[in-house]
Design a protein around this ligand. Structure first.
Ligand SMILES: O=C(O)CCC(=O)C(=O)O
Length: 271
């Protein structure tokens, strides 16, 4: 087991840290060559028309959402190079180990650009509340992979340690945010100090879908470019909620989210 973890560049301590705090930093997860190739691919994907996008630069450049994020979803379905990185076995294996699930499926990827000038922070929020998943999915998690070095000046992330234990709180509007801390007033979480995680390119963070997280505004002259990949435990069922990723599949509530659009990327059977 330790040998397998070593190959992934992961330690038992990192797994324990993730389980306790709901996030973890993993250094050197991709090589410099991989980052260079991925950067080329993701730039192509962002420039393509037709990929499923929540927001893009056409006609929405002044929208309040765009000041937080310029986002393109499921780049992997339209770009074979992106598919290689979104389904990268090392990333999926790390997600499997951190989550403790028996198998891990892809929910979706998204390119997350925080544009320069007039940039707003990504407010404190949880992710799971937006995902159309039943309970089992509560170990669902994201890999957040910057393609540029990130720090406080261009949109690195912050996390509240242990906040994944708070359970699911109401959703937060990213463009007109409520204060998530209002929901945990008087609890220990209210007093927990955020942990800022600057990263060198090639490194990444993983965070649980319930962990409170935030990203600084981008005060530099260049876009902050990130590939985020969302994974969920095999066997997770659809909860019937409308969602841009699952709506076209016409799942019935209670059905497992599975099939070729949600591929099994890693499992204990295949490890
Ligand atoms: O990149 C950002 O600004 C926010 C990312 C985020 O909220 C996420 O990956 O869940």
């Amino acid at each position: 087991m330790t040998g397998q973890l070593e190959q992934l560049g992961l330690t038992e301590e990192q797994i324990a840290f993730y389980r306790e705090n709901g996030f973890v930093q993993v250094d050197n997860v991709l090589t410099a060559d991989e980052i260079a190739e991925l950067t080329c691919y993701i730039e192509e994907a962002m420039a393509e028309k037709g990929a499923l996008a929540f927001q893009n630069s056409e006609g929405e450049s002044r929208s309040s959402y765009y000041r937080v994020l310029n986002q393109k979803v499921n780049t992997w379905r339209d770009h074979a190079g992106m598919a290689r990185y979104t389904t990268h076995p090392k990333l999926a294996q790390i997600a499997l180990r951190l989550s403790g699930a028996d198998g891990i499926r892809l929910f979706h990827d998204h390119a997350l650009w925080k544009m320069p000038q007039d940039s707003k922070p990504t407010p404190w929020h949880q992710d799971f509340v937006y995902w159309p998943m039943h309970e089992l999915g509560k170990t669902a998690l994201s890999a957040w992979i910057p393609l540029d070095d990130v720090d406080e000046s261009n949109g690195c992330m912050m996390f509240i340690p242990g906040s994944h234990e708070a359970g699911m709180l109401p959703g937060i509007s990213l463009s007109d945010p409520q204060d998530i801390f209002e929901y945990v007033q008087g609890t220990d979480l209210d007093k927990k100090k955020p942990v800022m995680v600057p990263l060198r390119k090639g490194s990444c963070t993983f965070h649980n879908g319930l962990t409170f997280h935030y990203a600084h505004a981008n005060r530099t002259d260049n876009p902050r470019r990130v590939l985020a990949i969302i994974y969920f435990p095999d066997g997770t069922t659809y909860n019937g909620k409308k969602h841009v990723i699952t709506d076209p599949c016409e799942f019935q509530a209670g059905e497992p989210i599975q099939g070729g659009l949600f591929p099994l990327l890693a499992s204990n059977q295949r490890a």
